[in-house]
Design a protein around this ligand. Structure first.
Ligand SMILES: [Zn+2]
Ligand SMILES: [Zn+2]
Length: 335
């Protein structure tokens, strides 16, 4: 004879009481006929509460279920709930609570990127064009970004650490940013990756020098700021003009071999790109008094290769002028 609904429920409640606490990461909060509530936790961020109720025709109908979380996004929970509901339809006639609990637990284990699902949606919606792509690699907890601008491209892998975004910085990393392939100048690649890591660091690490009026430091999610920086930079640089000659700084065709070393680009402290030849001429031409400013943004030009004090620049200029005068005199003499 088939068990009645009540018999099924009573025996299932007894089974849940006995077995749920044995599953790693699962805590039984309440277990009564009106509702069963389980806490399912993989990390501090991957934590949901599963609430289930028995429908009138149980077990020949799926459980009535609800998911709550303080850390995961509503949209993700909605999606997960739909998947759970589909799954429960395959378990009709069976005791569903433990099956469902394990299903949710597995989902959290196998989808480490669920902790940044909102940020990923925003990146897709607000930053990428139809030329770009974003792929989730749940197995390695990585996000693959392929960004294109004109003839330039960069493929980037961003690794999201376990415990994101509240990762304690003392433990290690916030993030890894690896560039797989690209055709931007090498110096820009190094710069973009380095700056991306720095942006991520500032989201989780309080500033060394705290200003008295600063509000207390709070850890922020870093994926969106990092992707915003990377995508905007990769889109902007291929069309950036040299502030001096007002021509495009990078060659239109990235594969073009530069025969003229003066057309190589230099990126200075303010972020603007200059042709090597243009910058060199500019830095060596007076006035030097207050240092040299970027014509586009007015910030002083700093560059590793050009640590030139105004005095030294002045002296070099004077020396060059003297040489030219000497040459001129010699020329005069020859006439
Ligand atoms: Zn130029
Ligand atoms: Zn500038």
């Amino acid at each position: 004879m088939e068990e009645t609904r009540d018999q099924v429920i009573q025996s299932e409640l007894a089974q849940v009481k006995q077995k749920a606490p044995l599953i790693e990461g699962v805590t039984l909060v309440t277990c009564v006929e009106l509702s069963v509530r389980l806490s399912i936790k993989v990390t501090g961020q991957k934590h949901v509460t599963l609430i289930v109720m028995f429908p009138p025709k149980y077990p020949h109908e799926p459980l009535i279920m609800e998911l709550k979380s303080k850390t995961l996004s509503e949209k993700l929970l909605d999606g997960l709930l739909k998947v759970c509901d589909e799954q429960a339809k395959k378990w009709l006639g069976q005791r569903q609570i433990l099956l469902l609990t394990n299903f949710v637990l597995n989902f959290l284990h196998e989808n480490p990127l669920c902790v940044c699902s909102d940020e990923i949606q925003t990146v897709k919606k607000n930053l990428l064009t139809s030329d770009d792509s974003l792929k989730l690699k749940q197995k390695t907890a990585e996000i693959g970004l392929k960004i294109k601008q004109d003839k330039y491209f960069m493929n980037i892998r961003i690794g999201v650490p376990e415990g994101y975004p509240a990762k304690q910085v003392t433990d290690v990393i916030f993030f890894s940013v690896e560039v797989d392939e690209h055709n931007y100048p090498e110096l820009l690649k190094t710069n973009f990756a380095g700056q991306a890591i720095e942006i991520a660091r500032r989201c989780v690490q309080p500033p060394l020098k705290k200003k008295p009026k600063d509000p207390p430091f709070q850890i922020k999610a870093s994926l969106l700021p990092v992707c915003t920086f990377l995508v905007e930079s990769l889109k902007k640089y291929p069309r950036m003009l040299c502030p001096l000659c007002k021509e495009q700084a990078l060659p239109t065709n990235p594969d073009e071999k530069l025969s003229d070393p003066r057309k190589k680009v230099e990126r200075v402290y303010c972020g603007h790109l200059f042709h090597f030849g243009c910058l060199k001429r500019y830095l060596r031409t007076p006035p030097f008094a207050d240092g040299k400013m970027c014509p586009d943004c007015g910030k002083q030009i700093f560059h590793e290769k050009w640590k030139l004090s105004p005095q030294l620049a002045e002296a070099r200029w004077a020396h060059k002028q003297a040489r030219e005068r000497e040459l001129a005199e010699v020329m005069d003499f020859l006439e």
